[in-house]
Design a protein around this ligand. Structure first.
Ligand SMILES: [Zn+2]
Length: 416
């Protein structure tokens, strides 16, 4: 497709054109370009010809591929082999921006929040989601239109642009059900516990009825606060300090899968490392500035952190990560006798942790279960089980102690 809209920056709320000769990947990343039909984020493709007249936008690889724009325009390009998400534009970074914006309303709250708190208000959350579904197009639109005409957004002095910008944001929020649920949980707990100048809020949105439904009142409060947050984000961007503090923790539990190919053995084991804590980088994010780490700590055998940090941060020093057992993940044998992990983790990391921990435990490179055992980061039974998983593809079902000895001999280490 050749047209998109921008959520941020000087073009916020406006249409941008792929053929614009001044458009760059960098600008598209900063402007958070999205599809005017489905509000999914898009990425920019630069045509190889120097005229740049054939530049275009594509939808990311979202699970929901029903957008008519995606189907009418992306397909042809994909068939020509142009479908790769390019130049450090990636879906994960684009979508995590949504979380930063909305959780930025109260970072400390969303950091603390856990699933139990949401459960308590679940029926009101569900009816409020339904409310949005039923009222977004008319009632919400009427409220927002009144707001933009009477109060105005960011001094844009262009009600048409303001209304469509705010309505697009609400569609973006509606598309992200997980964020919407958390946000509702937050506002409902506030709404039920605080006094509000509801008359003043009603006046801003041109509604004054005293017998409004509970969901109406909740959404008026939400719109008021969300518009405040969006104006600060549109004016100043999202605060970079929120990146590491906003995190919704979720309980995860999974079995560590065996290697699906031969375990590579290479490199010298890093026996010389003498840190109380060790952090091993396991994934570079495509956005280029974030790295995910598995961190072990001597004082907490069989526990590890899975965290995401900016590239510039040195986290090899134990002080900077503040390892705490309550916040970390536990390596253990589950009831089936399998090597498993459980604990609380940032929701956004839940997908990559399985790969990350397998990568460090099961490979035969400079960091492996041999080093972790030697350093006291993991126990012997965990190391033996990890060796079994590491070698299963190549050597079948060795017993854990056999596998451990095999692993050690393959690694060339002739210690006890
Ligand atoms: Zn679309």
């Amino acid at each position: 497709m050749y047209k998109a809209k921008a959520l941020l920056g000087e073009k916020a709320g406006e249409v941008i054109y792929a053929k614009d000769p001044d458009l760059t990947h960098d600008l598209c990343r900063r402007w958070k370009i999205y599809c005017y039909e489905c509000t999914q984020f898009l990425y920019f493709n630069e045509s190889k010809d120097s005229e740049k007249r054939d530049n275009w936008f594509s939808h990311y690889d979202y699970p929901d591929k029903n957008c008519s724009e995606r189907n009418s325009s992306d397909k042809g390009k994909a068939q020509q082999g142009f479908s790769s998400e390019s130049r450090e534009q990636d879906l994960e970074t684009a979508e995590s921006f949504i979380e930063k914006v909305f959780y930025g309303i109260d970072p400390e709250f969303f950091q603390r929040q856990n699933s139990e708190e949401i459960e308590d208000n679940s029926s009101l959350i569900l009816s409020s989601i339904k409310w949005l579904q039923e009222n977004l197009q008319y009632k919400c639109n009427a409220w927002i239109s009144h707001y933009c005409r009477k109060v105005g957004f960011l001094g844009w002095k262009n009600p048409g642009r303001e209304i469509s910008y705010l309505m697009d944001w609400l569609h973006v929020l509606y598309r992200r059900h997980d964020v919407l649920e958390n946000l509702l949980g937050y506002f409902i707990s506030i709404y039920l516990s605080s006094e509000f100048e509801i008359n003043a809020i009603q006046a801003k949105f041109g509604t004054s009825s005293s017998n409004q439904k509970e969901e109406d009142l909740i959404w008026l409060i939400i719109l008021d606060r969300v518009i405040g947050q969006l104006s600060s984000v549109a004016r100043d961007g999202v605060s970079s300090t929120i990146i590491n503090t906003v995190a919704l923790r979720t309980f995860i539990e999974f079995k560590i899968p065996p290697n699906e190919k031969k375990t590579p053995f290479r490199g010298k084991l890093k026996y010389t490392l003498d840190n109380k804590q060790m952090s091993v980088a396991v994934k570079n994010l495509e956005s280029g500035d974030l790295v995910e780490y598995v961190c072990f700590d001597k004082d907490h055998t069989n526990y590890f952190y899975y965290i995401r940090y900016g590239k510039g941060n040195d986290i090899s020093d134990s002080k900077s990560t503040g390892f705490s057992k309550d916040d970390s993940l536990h390596l253990h044998m589950d009831d089936d006798g399998d090597l498993a992990v459980k604990g609380f983790l940032d929701r956004k990391l839940a997908k990559s942790v399985t790969k990350g921990i397998s990568k460090v435990l099961l490979n035969g490179s400079a960091y492996s279960m041999l080093v972790f055992l030697r350093k006291g980061y993991i126990s012997r039974d965990v190391a033996e089980k990890a060796a079994q998983l590491a070698l299963r593809f190549e050597f079948g079902n060795l017993s854990p102690p056999e596998a451990f000895e095999k692993f050690r001999s393959l690694s060339g280490i002739k210690t006890r």
